[in-house]
Design a protein around this ligand. Structure first.
Ligand code: SF4
Length: 708
């Protein structure tokens, strides 16, 4: 009958960083349903993506054979999604031919131009084991630290501020700890869409008395549950946050004991915020001084208060400064190191925390050991038995610039291996990024669909979707969780972990990870040694037994530490460092020709570049077309009507989409989700970078809007 299920397999949702545990239901070798499992992050809850976003795995557009670009076919951005038309550009190849060609040409480029001629992007959607092996391949096989992934587009600035301020890039307290908070601030985050199950815990907490303060240039659904909503002017985060810190200090509400014992650099912070009174800042951020003072008082005097934030904070040229302010706000109020308090940057991708922990970043080895730190460098040279580059590599956007560098540049990037990322959709200023990818002499792309990036490749390696593999992922709460293979990969598609090892061997590395599922347990155990200080107490057997373990976890009997920084911070002096921030304007300002501020982001039904959710029938049926949200007053002033097609232009590109009325979008601004290939928001966005986190300014650029 239609309800028959052959097998049920325990796994993890592949979409967001909340990390809901799921049960895959399999019939005749196909996924037929997904149920929520009682995990520590979700308590059996799922959102619409987790429940209905699984049929992409069986989509007819899956890559099932290795492909090699036909000689002489130009690299244009005009992707043919229908597999019947791929033969216009690619020919099918055997695995041996494809892998020999993929790795052989990278090797030739490395030997001819040096290690810096190569770069690799791994993925925050792969497993920890894949992330670990991928960065090891780049560092030990390519020979440089030119390895990065989409954390650079997400929380790189938050992590830069956190490493500087508290000595660790991960969250201090878990989402569900908000049940112990008297107040939470949710800033630059739209959790109902982007972390939906986390949002349910927020709503539950509000029902039992937790005050929610929402601070965001857009009023989103969570505002309906808020005690106060601060709809501040886009780009004025530092003005608002400094005014709150100013209030706490000026009104004698600072936690002097905490500051004396556990903070450093307080004098500099106090001087830094002296001129940021709420009265001086209300015109800058658009929030009345009395409201700023009221919220600051409530935060400082709460028994426990937590700050949760998203990309609205991080994706600015002053993203690191924004996060520095959040750290200082928590610290001056003593709201950290206890239940219901602390700092929680909500992670986007399901494994962006784990991929970063595993060292998929250009300046750090696994567990945030800096490549230019003498001791760390020596340890990893010994551990991996090879010489390593001691110079930090280039980041995502920098690598794109280096691909377009002149021939004489000794660091020109000529060859890339991209596994599971889609920079031709996710990078800012896509016309530039796509030109950079097309300019590479050799591009190897490993993925499950013909993404916009794969379309520009010389070799395409068909890989496995999440339900087709076994491995671990780490959620926003520092929970290391095990996903298990539920179904077989289609056609000749191969496990990513196997592919990375095949590439490594052909680059001359003598790797051998025996065991089932491409040696995933052996890879995990090696990774555990490299990250001993965080996950030393979590063996593969323990993961198989418990399914989810929180780190830091140092021994087999350690239950894991859900709250960190209780006694000391992992900084050199054990204290939280307070770093004052000044006002830095957005890189690009509006003017008469481009009068609107563009804010990009996500919506509930579609995930990032849309390659999975737009191929999930239910999700795509709910949100099938690209839209741009404007408030009613702006729609009227432009002489438009909801549903009408419009053109949005920036100095870098233009897209056509439908206008949607959303009165939570502030006058003078427009919100566009970036999941739609046919109207890619990132054709418009600005590639200007935060100098510390090297994150681009996705959350602010100038555009013009007109009816078509
Ligand atoms: Fe998946 Fe996130 Fe939804 Fe949970 S909240 S079901 S992890 S997308």
């Amino acid at each position: 009958g239609s309800q028959r299920v052959d097998r049920e397999v325990a796994s993890v949702c592949p979409f967001c960083g909340v990390g809901c545990l799921v049960t895959y239901k399999v019939r005749d070798g196909k996924l037929v349903a997904v149920d929520g499992r009682d995990g520590p992050a979700n308590g059996s809850r799922l959102c619409v993506k987790g429940r209905f976003g699984f049929d992409y795995a069986h989509h007819p557009h899956r890559l099932t054979k290795p492909l090699i670009r036909k000689s002489g076919v130009a690299k244009d951005g005009n992707v043919r999604r229908d597999p019947a038309r791929w033969s216009e550009v690619f020919r099918e190849a055997s695995w041996d031919e494809a892998l020999d060609f993929a790795a052989g040409k990278l090797r030739t480029l490395r030997d001819g131009h040096g290690p810096k001629a190569l770069a690799g992007f791994g993925s925050a959607k792969g497993t920890n084991e894949e992330a670990y092996l991928f960065q090891k391949l780049v560092r030990t096989g390519f020979g440089s630290n030119n390895v990065d992934h989409c954390t650079r587009l997400c929380h790189a600035s938050s992590v830069a501020a956190l490493l500087e301020g508290v000595g660790s890039g991960a969250v201090s307290n878990q989402v569900n700890d908000i049940q112990h908070s008297e107040l939470i601030i949710v800033i630059g985050s739209n959790p109902t869409s982007n972390h939906p199950v986390a949002a349910t815990w927020m709503k539950n907490a509000a029902r039992t008395g937790t005050k929610i303060v929402v601070a965001d240039p857009r009023a989103t659904e969570i505002s309906r549950h808020a005690w106060r909503t601060l709809q501040f002017k886009a780009d004025s985060d530092v003005a608002l946050l400094n005014a709150m810190i100013h209030t706490i200090i000026q009104e004698g509400l600072a936690n002097e004991e905490f500051i004396a014992q556990r903070a450093s650099n307080y004098e500099a912070l106090r001087e830094g915020v002296a001129r940021f009174s709420p009265e001086a800042m209300e015109g800058v951020c658009g929030i009345p001084a009395a409201t700023i003072r009221e919220v600051a008082r409530a935060f400082a005097t709460a028994r426990s208060a937590m700050i949760l934030w998203g990309m609205g904070v991080s994706q600015h040229v002053h993203g690191t400064d924004n996060a520095r302010c959040l750290i200082a706000l928590c610290a001056v109020a003593g709201q950290i190191g206890k239940p219901g308090s602390g700092l929680h940057p909500l992670r986007g991708q399901n494994n962006v925390q784990g991929a970063s922990d595993a060292g998929l970043i250009p300046m750090m080895f696994p567990n945030y050991q800096r490549v230019d730190n003498h001791d760390a460098h020596a340890w990893f040279e010994q551990f991996w038995g090879t010489r390593l580059d001691a110079q930090p590599g280039y980041t995502v956007v920098e690598i794109m610039h280096k691909a377009l560098a002149p021939q004489g540049d000794p660091h020109k990037v000529r060859g890339m291996y991209i596994a599971g990322e889609n920079p031709a959709m996710s990078d800012p200023d896509l016309n530039h990024a796509r030109a950079a990818l097309a300019a590479l002499e050799h591009l190897v792309v490993q993925d499950i669909f013909m993404t916009e990036t794969a379309w520009l490749a010389d070799v395409v390696l068909p890989a496995t979707a999440w339900p087709e593999k076994t491995g671990t992922v780490t959620n926003t709460d520092r929970m290391l969780q095990l996903g298990r293979r539920a179904i077989a990969a289609p056609g000749e598609a191969k496990p990513d972990l196997w592919l990375i090892q095949q590439m490594a061997r052909r680059m001359g590395l003598a790797w051998n990870y025996p065991g089932p599922d491409a040696g995933v347990a052996a890879v995990y155990e090696e990774m555990r040694q490299a990250q001993h200080a965080a996950i030393g107490g979590i063996s593969w057997e323990r993961l198989e037994r418990e399914g989810s373990v929180t780190y830091p976890c140092l021994g087999e009997d350690d239950p894991g530490q859900p709250i960190v920084f209780v006694d000391r911070f992992p900084t050199p002096d054990g204290r939280v460092k307070l770093v004052p921030a000044g006002l830095v304007p957005a890189d690009e300002q509006t003017d008469a020709a481009f009068p609107f501020v563009l804010i990009t982001g996500r919506q509930l039904e579609h995930w990032h570049t849309g390659s999975m959710t737009r191929r999930s029938a239910v999700l795509d049926a709910i949100e099938p077309v690209a839209t741009a949200c404007l408030c009613g007053a702006d729609i009227e002033a432009l002489g438009l009507a909801p549903g009408q097609p419009i053109r949005v232009r920036s100095r870098r590109g233009e897209v056509e989409l439908q206008v949607r009325r959303d009165d939570g979008t502030a006058p003078g601004s427009v919100f566009i989700p970036f999941a739609y290939a046919e109207a890619a928001a990132n054709l418009l966005t600005n590639a200007a970078l935060d100098p510390f986190g090297k994150i681009p300014e996705f959350k602010y650029c100038a555009v013009a809007i007109e009816g078509v």
